[in-house]
Write a protein that binds this ligand. Structure first.
Ligand SMILES: [Zn+2]
Length: 166
């Protein structure tokens, strides 16, 4: 190959950006953010997964969720329940009979282990799967923008010559 401009034969391979500087900068931001987001999501997922794997913790969480849906149940009662799986009789006696029945039902379900059943695992995995797909797509787009391409540079006149890429 020769230089088209000066016909010089000394050509060196250099790497140049494919796009304008602001676009390349945006590309870096994109893929770095995607990597950070994926790492963050991975850490968060591992943690929440560990919590979800503990049947005891899951049962407590399920019971708390149910208790929170009962209006008469105060945050103090929920804290009381989280401490030892029980709500003191003093607190329970303040509840109206309907609320009392509902709370007793949750507490008895909790004691019999009815609340340990697998929590909604499916949607969580679908959610995390989508997070990683999005991160992956953003990463690829960002990387494609920042990847440089090889060109030949004439040592004599400095002209750049396009390399044919497959
Ligand atoms: Zn040249």
């Amino acid at each position: 190959m020769r230089c088209d401009t000066c016909k010089g034969e000394e050509l060196t391979v250099i790497k140049v950006a494919r796009y304008s500087k602001p676009l390349v900068a945006a590309g870096y931001v994109l893929w770095i953010l995607a990597v950070l987001a994926a790492i963050g999501a991975g850490v968060y997922m591992t943690r929440s997964d560990a919590a979800a794997e503990d049947p005891g913790a899951r049962a407590v969480q399920n019971a708390v969720t149910k208790l929170e849906q009962i209006n008469a149940v105060t945050p103090e009662m929920i804290k009381d329940f989280q401490d030892d799986g029980l709500i003191s009789e003093t607190s329970l006696s303040k509840l109206g009979s309907e609320d009392r029945t509902e709370v007793d039902k949750v507490l008895s379900d909790f004691r019999t282990g009815a609340l340990t059943g697998t929590a909604s695992g499916q949607p969580v995995w679908v959610f995390w799967g989508m997070v990683f797909v999005v991160c992956g797509a953003v990463f690829i787009v960002g990387l494609a923008i920042t990847l440089r391409k090889e060109k030949l540079k004439c040592a004599k006149c400095g002209a750049l010559i396009e390399l044919d890429e497959g």
